[in-house]
Design a protein around this ligand. Structure first.
Ligand code: ATP
Ligand code: MG
Length: 235
């Protein structure tokens, strides 16, 4: 058991194709306290998206463990992991991952419906308003630009009021103005609801706005440094 919101122990992911193996994550140990903010940086292909997916319980490790809010994910079934995700996790995907057959509004409604909440349509619309997309609510993902799809994905990630938000290049496809608006929404979530933030980014300016920068290369953590005071240290 652990009091950390997120802890990985010797997390390893190996892909096999034929007789070749590719070690994408190699013994990664990360511990994040509730309410903290952290950036994961590193070159393309270094394992950042893979790490995020394992931490959020979207994928399974080859070995090692992930504890999310004290729950050991590798001991759970697929359904149980989905339940944990719905309960605690928001995820902004690098590739958006919207459901193509659902409108923008319906995509944001899904996590709320899964939780059996009330006034789902109204709340989803308010979230779309926050990301500046209310007037696009009836559009399907294919009718939206990349940046617009990213903003729907952000509204969806906010909808279940997650304890921890994983964001994979959340501002990567946005213009500067929209990007800084989204950045503010994400950091506000941290300030107002103490949502823990784990962000993958190539934007070092954004990384420096978090408390801790974890640099990975070839699937290993090569550097970890505090750049701002953490919430847990201030307590
Ligand atoms: N399903 C898979 N099968 C085989 N190899 C994979 C699979 N998914 C990812 N990889 C490999 O794992 C490595 C890490 O991928 P990952 O997506 O985690 O990188 P990344 O750091 O997020 O890169 P980027 O900055 O380009 O998004 C890459 O070499 C990739 O080719
Ligand atoms: Mg990636």
């Amino acid at each position: 058991m652990t009091t950390s919101i997120l802890e990985t122990q010797a997390l390893t992911k190996i892909y096999r194709s034929g007789d070749k193996t590719l070690t994408v994550l190699d013994n990664v140990n990360v511990t994040i306290q509730p309410g903290d903010t952290c950036a994961i940086v590193g070159p393309s292909g270094s394992g950042k998206t893979t790490l995020l997916g394992l931490c959020a319980g979207l994928d399974r490790a080859s070995s090692g463990s992930v504890f999310l809010n004290g729950v050991r994910l590798d001991e759970l079934t697929e359904d149980q992991r989905a339940e944990v995700r719905n309960q605690y996790v928001g995820f902004i995907f690098q590739s958006f991952n919207l459901m193509p057959s659902l409108t923008a509004l319906e995509n944001v409604m899904v996590p709320l419906e899964l939780r059996g909440e009330k006034n789902v349509g109204k709340r989803a619309l308010a979230l779309l308003e926050k990301v500046g997309l209310a007037e696009r609510k009836n559009h399907y993902p294919a009718q939206l630009s990349g940046g617009e799809q990213q903003r729907v994905s952000i509204a969806r990630a906010f909808s279940n009021q997650p304890k921890i938000l994983f964001a994979d290049e959340p501002t990567g496809n946005l213009d500067e103005e929209t990007g800084s608006h989204i950045e503010k929404l994400i950091f506000d979530l941290n300030k107002e609801a103490s949502t823990t933030l784990v962000m993958v980014t190539h934007d070092m300016e954004l990384a420096h706005k978090t408390q801790r920068i974890i640099q990975i290369k070839g699937g290993k953590i090569v550097q970890e440094r505090l750049v701002n005071e953490s919430v847990s240290a201030r307590r």
